[in-house]
Design a protein around this ligand. Structure first.
Ligand code: AMP
Length: 521
């Protein structure tokens, strides 16, 4: 009876808000009591979604952290850094680390890493994540996203009591093995120091070893959706105590067709959970996912929600014939070798062409290594490490290296083939010009890429880059061709409709005469 009354009271949002407004610390005893009841007596499955209104979630999760109330300076900071926030109870951004609400062990870790202040996305995502709210961050790669969600995950694990068991307390889903490995690399920086057990699971690597690690107990699992699904289906692990979930590059995961796997994972986590979703773009598929699983959330956009290219990159466009591409590549290579380059990343669209290009470059005296989806995980890791360490400074790749690859010192990117979308183009060239460095991107386009020309022009204009006349011509001729094709299609449709109608007229002479008059022209 008492429990029933209490759980009804918990559903009252106004009461929760009142409690919060009157200094949460004052109610710390009742909060602990609440948490005990929820953890001890009421199974997660029986809790209604409505119970987890945002302020109430604060009651559960913010016992440790205090939340600063917003003040005028917040808006100034957000305007200055082009941050847009949407949602309720949005805490102030962290302008520096010293005055942030992070516990000392995180501050010390950041200090040790030489990180003096938050990046823009971190400044707003850290306080929101620490407040226990669901979060959507629209920000591009290279903006410090990884620490934006990993450090609050550490605090979540250390400060919040978890259920007993061996499954992970926090889960990070990433679209590609490369990105998953990179996140693991960042996590390893604090794992030993802060006694956090991290496991990275991804396809193409030995299942047995990953299963062993999972079963020996783990705090954070970093996973690609397919491999996580395999382990969930085989009951190697489960997500019953996973109360902190991150979807990194959500748009890309959905693009790659991982929606069923993501939904399966999210269906397996308890209702008392916090979800953080990071995406470079905000298409309707990502919005649906957020609506279905996040309920209430704080959305933070850094810059425009339209994807734009990093302004530190000089973008050079070469309009050419397919058969002239190799010649142009050689001349670009000569010119950049003359100027000197650090590391060079060359993109081609097919695996076969990646192999051919790396061979051709080697033959011309430029030692290149190639990476694509047909290489084994071991080969891919070895090649990326070689490239990272600088033992090989020319990497030829398909889009497996387009996103998330964080390699210092890439000074040039060459798009031998134009990618499928202008978003992929932005991600590819974004491998250079990271951490405020300058970069150069060369891109070849042929007539076959004409449909992309208009979007590319928009990307170039937004980044204040030169738009070559040939590109404008390509875009114009594509639009004209398209208009002509549509006109021809329309005419042929009209002709077939008219001829059908004539045919029908002879067949059914009983049709009223005004019928044909209305539709004649
Ligand atoms: P990410 O977007 O997570 O791939 O991070 C891009 C790069 O920024 C990585 O090399 C990070 O080590 C670096 N980074 C992350 N946070 C900060 C920060 N607050 N200050 C300086 N560098 C950072």
């Amino acid at each position: 009876m008492a429990l029933n009354c209490f759980s009804k009271l918990l559903k009252r949002r106004d009461l929760c808000r009142y409690l919060l407004q009157n200094d949460i610390k004052q109610y710390s005893n009742s909060t602990v009591f609440t948490t005990k009841i929820i953890n001890g007596k009421l199974p997660f499955e029986n809790l209604q979604k409505g119970l987890f209104h945002t302020p109430l979630r604060l009651l559960f999760t913010s016992r440790f952290y205090s939340i600063k109330t917003a003040h005028v300076d917040d808006d100034n900071y957000r305007n200055e850094h082009n941050i847009t926030v949407i949602g309720q109870d949005i805490p102030s951004p962290y302008i520096d680390i010293e005055n942030s609400q992070f516990p000392d062990y995180i501050k010390q870790f950041l200090n040790k890493q030489g990180i003096e202040k938050p990046t823009i996305i971190q400044s707003q995502s850290w306080p929101v994540a620490l407040s226990g709210q669901n979060f959507v961050g629209i920000a591009q790669t290279g903006t410090g996203k990884t620490l934006a969600y990993l450090l609050p995950a550490v605090v979540h694990i250390k400060e919040k009591q978890g259920r007993k068991g061996l499954g992970p307390r926090a889960l990070v889903l990433a679209p590609t093995r490369e990105l998953a490995r990179q996140i693991e690399h960042v996590a390893k920086d604090f794992a030993k120091l802060l006694n956090i057990r991290c496991v990275c699971i991804y396809g193409g690597a030995h299942r047995g070893r990953q299963a062993e690690l999972l079963q020996s107990g783990v705090d954070i699992v970093i996973a690609t959706p397919g491999r996580l699904n395999d382990f969930l289906k085989s009951n190697t692990t489960n997500l019953s105590r996973c109360t902190y979930v991150v979807l990194d590059e959500a748009d890309r995961m959905l693009d790659m067709g991982f929606e069923p796997q993501i939904r399966m994972a999210l269906n397996g986590v308890p209702l008392e959970r916090q979800i953080l979703m990071f995406s470079a773009t905000w298409p309707k598929e990502v919005r649906h996912l957020a609506k279905d699983y996040l309920g209430e959330y704080v959305q933070v956009n850094v810059g425009s929600t339209e994807l734009s290219a990093n302004h530190n990159i000089e973008q050079k466009i070469h309009i050419c014939l397919q058969e002239d591409k190799m010649k142009i590549l050689n001349s670009i290579m000569h010119s950049i070798s003359g100027d000197g380059f650090g590391k060079l990343l060359v993109f081609a669209n097919t695996k076969k062409f990646v192999d051919m290009l790396s061979l051709a470059l080697k033959r011309n005296g430029w030692p290149a290594v190639g990476i694509h989806g047909d290489k084994t995980q071991l080969q891919r890791d070895t090649i990326i490490n070689k490239f990272k360490r600088g033992n090989a400074n020319i990497l030829v790749a398909t889009d497996v290296a387009a996103r998330g690859l964080d390699v210092d010192g890439i000074t040039h990117v060459i798009n031998y083939d134009f990618p499928n979308t202008s978003e992929d183009y932005i991600h590819r060239i974004g491998r250079t010009g990271r951490n405020q460095n300058k970069g150069v991107a060369h891109t070849m386009l042929t007539n076959d890429d004409a449909r992309q020309a208009q979007n590319l022009i928009a990307v170039l204009k937004e980044a204040n880059q030169n738009v070559p006349k040939e590109l404008e011509d390509l875009s114009r001729s594509y639009s004209e061709d398209k208009a002509q094709q549509q006109q021809a299609k329309y005419k042929s449709k009209q002709y077939s409709w008219n001829s059908n109608r004539r045919f029908n007229k002879y067949r059914s002479s009983s049709k009223p005469s005004n019928y044909s008059n209305n539709y004649r022209y």
